[in-house]
Structure formats: structure tokens, C-alpha cells
Write a protein that binds this ligand. Structure first.
Ligand code: MLT
Length: 267
């Protein structure tokens, strides 16, 4: 069911595993929702307080018009943490969630205990990518999320997932279909407008984990390797048998790497 809080003029939905463990905030990708982190929350909740919000315009969180920038989404997350009386947290994000995590790091460096970047990149969109986003905006607003799901699924999931895991394919499709087209359009515009965060990586100074599906064709392993090299002391883990949705496609490996990283933070 989840919880709802009113922050910054929107109703924000989130899951909170509770407990008195260190807070871990997990930010979903586009056009997904907080339910993508179900397996991670389950795997971590004995030791950590896992908080997974629906980002602006996704899941049950209010959609706003225009562009939902990565900074705005990061501000929403900060406001949620304020409401929960959480000062510092481990902040993790997959893909768009990673863009938001980086925007959060830039604005709220003192609140980040450690960073997890999964299947994401620090670079902004190319001009070509921006044009592609605007086409997707028109598609979402004109025809709804079904053509978006059709266009995105084959790129997001590894061939083995597409061929051999129909339940997961159906789950991901369902998440996409449940996304509010206006929310998706605003996020697409926000992603198209996002700034370059590459310069931030060497300055972060917090423990960082980079995860990437070995078959991620959206943000490929070479990209993850480059991010890892820009963050001194960071750890890089390839998730075998997974594409862009690595936490879903190989939850066991993803959880193992995440758990090991989090458990190591206390040392
Ligand atoms: C995501 O998974 O969040 C999106 O693929 C990110 C993007 O479109 O850049």
C-alpha cells in the first residue's frame, strides 16, 4: 500500500520499511515506480531502513505539467526525508533515479552518506536524444503509455529476460502502462534538460557503488567503468544476465552487491 505525504505542493507516495537501521533511499528509473525496488527492500530490511518514493509524476505521486527536472525531483526527495526526520541517507538510483541521485548530491552533499549508481550516466542528453525525447512526449500525450512500453521494453531488458522471463516482462510492462502519460512527458522533458554531472563525480568524497547489467545497452558497462574511474575508491560490479533493469533481471546478484557495499560502510 505504501505511505503518502504532502510535500512541495504534491502528494508523494513512498514505501518505508521502517526500523532503526541506517536509511537507504532508492530512486526508480523511467517510466517505472517504487515497486521496482520490492526485492531490494525485502533483502535489506532486516538491517536497513529502505525508503522508496514514487518520483514526481510516477506511480501514485502527483504529476505536474511542463518539465519535471532532476533538481525538482531531488528537492522532493529531500522534503520527504525532512518529513521523516532523516538527515543523512545512502542515496541510490537506477537510470533516471541515478540522474536524480546525482542532482541530490549536488544540492545536498551533506545529506549523502554513500551513493549507489545503477545503470545510469552523468552526461546530459545529446541533441539527437533530446529530439527523441520530444517524440516520446508526443507519443505519450497522444497515444498513452502502450507505444512507450513497446518502444522501451526491447531496449531495457536483456535478450534472455525477454525470451525467458515472461513474468518479469509483464511486470515491467504493467509498471510502464500504469505511469501517468503527463507525468512521463514531464519527466522526459526534465531528462532532456538535465545538466552534465560529470564534474561532480571526482569531488563527491563519499563511498560509491556502481552497478551495471552486463548486457545493458542503454547505459552500457563501458559507461559504468568510466563513472567508476571518475570516483576514487568507488566499487564497480557487473550484474551478469541482466540488461538495463539490472535490479529486476538479476535481483539476487544485485542484492548481494548492494548488501556487501552497505555492510562495509559501518567499518
Ligand atoms: C531510465 O531507465 O530511467 C531511462 O531509460 C533513462 C533515460 O531515458 O535516459
Amino acid at each position: 500500500m505504501g505511505e503518502v505525504v504532502r510535500v512541495r505542493g504534491i502528494e508523494m507516495s513512498y514505501d518505508d520499511s521502517g526500523g532503526d537501521g541506517a536509511a537507504v533511499v532508492l530512486l526508480h528509473g523511467f517510466p517505472f515506480d517504487r515497486s521496482m525496488w520490492r526485492e531490494q527492500a525485502e533483502a535489506l530490511k532486516d538491517s536497513y531502513r529502505v525508503i522508496a518514493p514514487d518520483l514526481r509524476g510516477h506511480g501514485r505521486t502527483t504529476a505536474t505539467g511542463g518539465a519535471a527536472t532532476m533538481e525538482e525531483m531531488a528537492d522532493d526527495v529531500a522534503a520527504l526525508l525532512d518529513e521523516l526526520n532523516i538527515g543523512r541517507a545512502v542515496v541510490g538510483g537506477l537510470s533516471m533515479g541515478g540522474y536524480v541521485a546525482l542532482a541530490f548530491c549536488r544540492e545536498y552533499a551533506g545529506r549523502v552518506a554513500a551513493l549507489v549508481l545503477a545503470d545510469t550516466r552523468p552526461q546530459p542528453d545529446t541533441e539527437e536524444a533530446r529530439r527523441g525525447r520530444e517524440k516520446m512526449v508526443q507519443l505519450a500525450l497522444g497515444e498513452g503509455m502502450a507505444p512507450i512500453a513497446d518502444a522501451m521494453l526491447p531496449k531495457m531488458l536483456a535478450p534472455a529476460t525477454l525470451a525467458g522471463n515472461p513474468e518479469l516482462v509483464a511486470r515491467v510492462r504493467e509498471m510502464i502502462l500504469n505511469t501517468n502519460p503527463e507525468g512521463a512527458a514531464a519527466a522526459l522533458r526534465g531528462m532532456a534538460a538535465r545538466r552534465d554531472q560529470t564534474d561532480l563525480l571526482p569531488q563527491l568524497g563519499v563511498p560509491a557503488l556502481v552497478l551495471v547489467g552486463a548486457e545493458d545497452s542503454v547505459t552500457p558497462p563501458a559507461n559504468a567503468q568510466a563513472m567508476h574511474e571518475l570516483m576514487p575508491g568507488s566499487r564497480l560490479v557487473r550484474i551478469e544476465g541482466a540488461g538495463h533493469a539490472s535490479n529486476l533481471e538479476n535481483a539476487a546478484e544485485f542484492n548481494r552487491a548492494l548488501r556487501e557495499f552497505l555492510d562495509g560502510l559501518g567499518d
